[in-house]
Design a protein around this ligand. Structure first.
Ligand SMILES: NC(=O)c1ccc[n+]([C@@H]2O[C@H](COP(=O)([O-])OP(=O)(O)OC[C@H]3O[C@@H](n4cnc5c(N)ncnc54)[C@H](OP(=O)(O)O)[C@@H]3O)[C@@H](O)[C@H]2O)c1
Length: 188
């Protein structure tokens, strides 16, 4: 059975973007990116909210991104090789390969993907992830905590979700970013 992983890079106070929508303080440096590449290489399918997808498409549509460093090239290759499902009621077409649009989030369809797929799934975009948490479908969290307090913005974790977490691993990076790897435990 495949695992469903929620992954996010957030400020210490728990936001993926500040009130102006900026997240430049969350951009991984080369040390963190090397680590992310190892984590995401086994991922078979990304489940994206439309807003995060619109940021990530550059890894396929903007060749200058991959040209910036060998590690960025590796990430672009990993990203392009995986399947993507974009949840959106408004997006008319996708601009990347191996990508399809879902108009609604159907928990049962995701449950079936987990049962069927040989490779892990990764969900990104907190609005979409909130629904995946509420359907009790998240098995693990890969949370990167940036050394920033931004005071408000887009929360990385949803309200009204209560989860017990088992810390499986942690890592600190030279930039001050910290990685926390949790398994979720259902409490209800
Ligand atoms: N910290 C970082 O490293 C980092 C990296 C990249 C981006 N970001 C930021 O993270 C934020 C993205 O998070 P977000 O929570 O705003 O957005 P998100 O979850 O990525 O996307 C939200 C959108 O997904 C679609 N969606 C959600 N639930 C749906 C459902 N049940 N059925 C159909 N469509 C559904 C809707 O698209 P439609 O409106 O099209 O229907 C909704 O507007 C942005 O502010 C982005 O700039 C942060």
């Amino acid at each position: 059975m495949a695992k469903l992983i929620y992954s996010a890079i957030a400020s210490l106070d728990g936001y993926v973007a500040d009130e102006e929508g900026n997240f430049d303080w969350a951009i991984p440096d080369e040390e963190v990116l090397a680590f992310i590449n190892d984590l995401e290489e086994p991922v078979g399918t990304y489940l994206y909210g439309r807003r995060l997808y619109e940021v990530m498409v550059g890894w396929e549509t903007d060749p200058t991104l991959a040209d910036r460093s060998p590690l960025m090239r590796d990430f672009a290759q990993i990203w392009q090789a995986a399947d993507k499902i974009v949840y959106s009621k408004t997006l008319e077409a996708v601009s990347t390969a191996r990508t399809r649009i879902e108009r609604d989030f159907d928990p049962e369809a995701v449950r079936q993907m987990k049962a069927r797929d040989g490779r892990d799934l990764l969900v990104g975009g907190p609005e979409l992830a909130a629904q995946v948490f509420k359907a009790w479908l998240v098995d693990e969290c890969h949370l990167f905590v940036a050394p920033m307090v931004v005071g408000g913005g887009k929360r990385s974790l949803p309200n009204n979700v209560r989860l017990k977490l088992e810390l499986l691993d942690e890592r600190r990076f030279g930039s001050g970013m910290v990685y926390l790897y949790y398994r979720t435990k259902r409490t209800r």
